[in-house]
Design a protein around this ligand. Structure first.
Ligand code: PRX
Length: 647
């Protein structure tokens, strides 16, 4: 577990509780604690939320559960894009802003719901004109520009599952994802702005597509102003050329509730990322319900989630949830410290942001940058704050509460995963007395418990989800066996998320971090095996073992232990080369923070690398049990060398 000690300390000493401000509670979307009991009939609870959506045909059954496969709202027919846009067009939302977008250089674009409808309809027609049909997969590799949302919604409109790949991923990572999903079309941009430079997305895409025989068309959005851009005749098209004169009206495809909405790749414990499959009716129901209630969204809110659409948070809480709720969504292209460290707070002030959702790693960076940055702006319209992606330490929670929330904004610490599709554990801001560092309790309708390996209920152990939920993943794309093994094989009919947790005397949950070989670096999920595979691809490397080490801002950073080929000596130059190699193989988010060259790695007598001991070394902890090692001296000498190098 990654944050075990900090969280345990917090648990033992954290007595502070924060009740919702009375005026907040009085006006909250959910103000009656009885919601939890009422949701005990969870099928009826979720069906109530599904009723809020527009269905072309109502469902026959709320839930069919043949563990581990669930079908929600079977027989129902709807379209996600229609629910996010069309159904808002008949009322006052029509002319309200749906998207308030700002580019990193400061350029702005605003779209009302009526304008969004035209943009998305046109994009959908462009895809149809390229021959994209219901069921075809479309890969999206874009910066945080409005077209990223348009493209996703356009895919949803025509029933083509999208696979969004974060723009920070390397060409190889993009190619692997395109090939696994067998996508026919790739949507990218010439480049996007990030910290004052242009990320060359089209050049990366070209390197990827060279390895992707299934790609027929590459659609390129002009954003970065890059000139010239290599365009392959017949394959590559500028979006503005394709869209020229194309109609903005495009009928929405009638989709079954269980048709696939999207595939999103995430890291697991093997080297190969998993294509998490989300479907239509249940997914939209849960993201809609949680957006409305957890973020307490009202029509006059200005809502800003700072995630990237390349991650699940962007899917569920920038695009689908907020737009289904008819919200006004702020979207930002660039870095939080560009042109200076006040950028987010300036945007909160300029747009009058009322609900703000970000990651603990960002909050810890803000703390380090100093209070004067937020202090320089008027944050007076903020009324609710949220966090997601990793455990938040109480110190960061308190800073967020005091400096950003001025002690008057509830904080919702939301636990969930790519696989869960929507928020699962969270305060409800109008009723929960929050505690810094705790995600509090399961959302109504969701049932969690803590179990040990034997499946017995415990106060500290593995987090487990004991009922199906509407936005749950349905399978791993192309690998249902892996779906069963990864999530459903630990206990019978119970979902295993891979996190450890504790429950306190009030029944509050304290998430402690991953219990598997998945790291959480600055809120990004990275599998240790992915980094190891990248390292051993380098000709100098014989063997590599990767562990997480505690990092003050990122939560975790990557530490790699490496043995070299043929007695080669490691030096500074090779360290830099290996770091760069991993960054280019996977993406900059996977760059190791520390690399230690070793003559040998600690192994059991059967030859298995003992990562646990390497974790102890990287964390500066006393070494755990070393009696099963083939050669205990190896680990002590590594520890000495690591401490000499990293302090
Ligand atoms: O370990 C948990 C951590 O992030 C993991 C899921 O990562 P990902 O699929 O990338 O989705 C992140 C955004 C939903 C979880 O297994 N995690 C997420 N939220 C929290 C968290 N850990 C503690 N507290 C949270 N609020």
């Amino acid at each position: 577990m990654t944050h075990d000690r900090a969280a345990l300390d917090a648990l033992l000493t954290e007595k502070r509780r924060f009740a919702p401000p009375p005026e907040f509670a009085a006006a909250a979307v959910v103000s009656d604690p009885a919601v939890y009991e009422r949701a005990e009939d969870f099928e009826a609870f979720w069906a109530g939320w599904a009723e809020e959506l527009d269905w072309f045909r109502k469902w026959d059954t709320v839930l069919e559960w043949n563990p581990p496969h669930a079908r929600w709202f079977d027989g129902g027919k709807l379209n996600v894009c229609h629910n996010c846009i069309d159904r808002h067009l008949d009322g006052p939302r029509r002319d309200r802003p749906a998207l308030l977008w700002e580019g990193e250089p400061g350029d702005r674009r605003t779209f009302t719901y009526a304008e969004l409808a035209q943009q998305v309809g046109r994009f959908a027609n462009v895809l149809r004109d390229l021959g994209v049909k219901k069921g075809d997969r479309v890969a999206i590799y874009l910066p945080m520009i409005p077209e990223a949302a348009f493209a996703m919604l356009a895919c949803a409109r025509i029933g083509a599952p999208h696979s969004v790949v974060f723009g920070g991923f390397s060409p190889d990572s993009l190619a692997d994802r395109i090939n696994d999903a067998d996508a026919r079309v790739l949507i990218t941009a010439d480049g996007g702005h990030r910290r004052g430079t242009i990320v060359p997305l089209k050049a990366n895409a070209d390197r990827a597509v060279a390895r992707c025989p299934g790609i027929e068309h590459v659609v390129v959005v002009a954003r970065g102003g890059l000139d010239p851009v290599d365009m392959v005749a017949g394959r590559d098209h500028w979006y503005h050329d394709l869209a020229d004169g194309v109609d903005g009206d495009c009928p929405a495809e009638v989709m079954d509730a269980e048709d696939i909405l999207y595939i999103l790749y995430t890291s697991g414990t093997t080297g190969k990322p998993k294509g998490v499959v989300h479907t239509t009716g249940g997914y939209l129901t849960q993201v809609h319900a949680t957006t409305k209630t957890v973020f307490d969204l009202k029509d006059d809110d200005i809502y800003w989630c700072t995630a990237d659409v390349g991650w699940v948070t962007g899917h569920s809480y920038i695009v689908y949830g907020p737009l289904a709720a008819g919200a006004t969504v702020v979207m930002y292209e660039g870095a939080p410290d560009w042109p200076d460290k006040g950028r987010f707070w300036k945007m909160c002030q300029d747009y009058g942001v009322t609900v703000f959702y970000t990651a603990p790693t960002a909050i810890r960076a803000f703390m380090q940058w100093g209070e004067e940055w937020p202090g320089g702006y008027d944050l007076g319209r903020l009324r609710l704050l949220g966090t997601v992606g990793e455990p938040i330490n109480p110190e960061a929670w308190m800073w967020y509460h005091r400096v950003i929330g001025k002690e008057s904004c509830p904080i919702v610490d939301t636990w969930w995963q790519t696989e869960t599709g929507g928020i699962m554990i969270t305060p409800l801001p109008g009723i929960t007395r929050t505690r810094p560092g705790s995600a509090c309790r399961a959302f109504p309708g969701i049932e969690t418990t803590l179990l040990n390996d034997a499946g017995e209920t415990v106060d500290a152990g593995y987090l487990a989800i004991t009922r199906p939920w509407p936005s749950m993943l349905r399978t791993i794309w192309g690998d249902d066996q892996r779906y069963r093994e990864t999530y459903w094989s630990k206990w019978d009919g119970v979902y295993f998320p891979g996190d450890g947790a504790k429950i306190d005397e009030d029944g509050y949950l304290w998430i402690l971090g991953r219990v598997d070989d998945v790291l959480n670096v600055a809120g990004h999920r990275i599998g240790t095996m992915e980094v190891e595979s990248a390292l051993v691809e380098h000709p100098a490397v014989a063997e590599a073992a990767v562990v997480g080490k505690t990092h003050a801002v990122k939560g975790q950073a990557i530490a790699a232990f490496v043995t070299l080929m043929g007695g080669r000596e490691g030096d500074e130059a090779l360290t830099a080369e290996l770091k760069a190699h991993v960054a280019s193989a996977i993406g900059p988010i996977a760059r190791p923070e520390a690399i230690l060259f070793a003559a040998d790695l600690p192994k059991t007598r059967s030859g298995k690398i003992m990562r646990r001991l390497l974790g102890d070394i990287a964390a500066g902890r006393a070494l755990g049990d070393t009696t099963t090692l083939a050669d205990p001296a190896v680990v002590q000498s590594l520890k000495d060398r690591y401490e000499a190098k990293e302090g």
